[in-house]
Ligand binder design. Structure first.
Ligand SMILES: *Cc1c(COP(=O)(O)O)cnc(C)c1O
Length: 377
């Protein structure tokens, strides 16, 4: 990723809206699109000169050989993928919907349940940016209940704000803070929202955590929808595959909204190959390596003078508070090491660092030490 792209990503929030001349296609687009900010995905250089610790990917890629028929349409909902994923989760097949990445699962839920300009969606910042971005595009008003300073949930305030909320988003483990919402608190929210609010629980990082998934409990809570993905622990960010796991009544509603052929044949083939017993064993091995590396990285970071705080993490990344995140981010970018800059005021001077390969983590630590030394001279 070039320096310019890194800058562009940081400036994304600051940049203005689209300019619109009368009669232009911009003027013809929906107002919510005109007001929206484009998501600028970094272009990357995979020549081996740069280190990417900015997107919470799993660096342990497993080789996959694929056999495919590409002249035909794929299954609209790939049977074997659903069967294997349902078995992995311990749920019924009717409780799983396959989507084009977790991002499209989020979009699908908002599209299916939230009436534009009418319904309200509640979420708990600081959290995953796509919740707000998708609501903006679909003209759904958002209500925020900020997490406390230690990023724990303010349950009392949340419960007091549920009136008139159509959909509620929870993220556990939360991106970018790394902490989980305790099971008891999620249960309390699910009881308080019965028959009133759809609760979306984003479990993108659940495989890294000790906390049990709610997947096997969707029959208990017909208003609960889980968002899952193969992008993180399963090391398949490139194939764009995600899932909604919910009681079958909720899944049936989403089936009316999803595109007829949402998944390309190569993605289906890669997912089938990865969701075998062997593929799941590989995922578990890489998870063990990542968790071990995360603890080593935490220790090494704690020993660097400019590091002020490392937040507890149940995921494959660490949220780290430093003296001056802007200047450290610039320094690391120049060295070809990319971490995730945090622009929200609640995360002032924090960076999110994905756990990489041991040698990548070592390179990061070495660069941070050089940076810290340069300050003391
Ligand atoms: C990565 C991520 C997702 C889904 O990502 P996809 O690559 O679109 O599957 C969903 N929620 C959170 C919080 C994430 O970090």
């Amino acid at each position: 990723m070039s320096r310019e792209v890194a800058e562009a990503m940081k400036d994304q929030k600051k940049s203005g809206s689209l300019s619109k001349e009368a009669g232009s296609v911009v003027a013809l687009s929906r107002r919510s699109v005109q007001k929206s900010q484009p998501y600028i995905a970094p272009s990357r250089d995979y020549s081996g000169n740069e280190i990417y610790l900015d997107a919470n990917e799993n660096p342990y890629a497993a080789p996959i050989s694929l056999e495919m028929m590409m002249n035909r349409y794929p299954d609209s909902q790939p049977e074997r993928v659903i069967e294997r994923y349902a078995q992995f989760l311990g749920v019924d097949r009717a409780e799983v919907l396959v989507t084009l990445g977790g991002d499209s699962a989020i979009e699908l839920l908002i599209k299916a349940f939230c009436e534009p300009k009418e319904d309200k969606l509640l979420y708990l910042p600081p959290t995953f940016g796509m919740y707000q971005v998708t609501c903006d595009l679909y003209d759904v008003e958002t209500v925020m209940v900020p997490l406390r300073e230690d990023f724990s949930l303010d349950l009392e305030t949340l419960l007091a704000k549920l009136d008139g909320i159509k959909m509620l988003f929870l993220c556990s483990p939360n991106n970018p803070t790394g902490n989980v919402i305790p099971t008891k608190e999620i249960e309390a929210i699910l009881e308080a929202t019965r028959n009133k609010t759809i609760v979306v629980l984003d479990e993108a990082y659940i495989e890294f955590s000790d906390q049990a998934s709610f997947a096997t409990r969707v029959k208990e809570y017909p208003h609960l929808a889980l968002v899952r993905t193969l992008s993180k622990a399963f090391a398949l960010a490139g194939i764009r595959m995600g899932f909604v796991v919910a009681d079958r009544g909720l899944i049936d509603i989403l089936r009316r909204v999803i595109a007829p052929y949402p998944l390309p044949v190569p993605a289906i083939a890669a997912a089938e190959a990865t969701l075998t017993a062997e593929g799941i064993a590989t995922m578990k091995e890489s998870r063990a390596k990542i968790l071990k590396s995360r603890e080593a990285l935490k220790e090494a970071l704690a020993a660097i003078s400019i590091v002020e705080r490392i937040y507890p993490s149940a995921a494959n990344f660490l949220l780290v508070k430093v003296q001056d995140s802007q200047s450290l981010f610039d320094y690391l970018s120049k060295e070809g090491i990319f971490v995730r800059y945090q622009s929200s005021p609640a995360l002032a001077n924090m960076l999110r660092i994905s756990v990489g390969l041991p040698e990548e983590n070592d390179a990061l630590i070495a660069a941070m030490n050089r940076y810290a030394e340069s300050l003391t001279i």
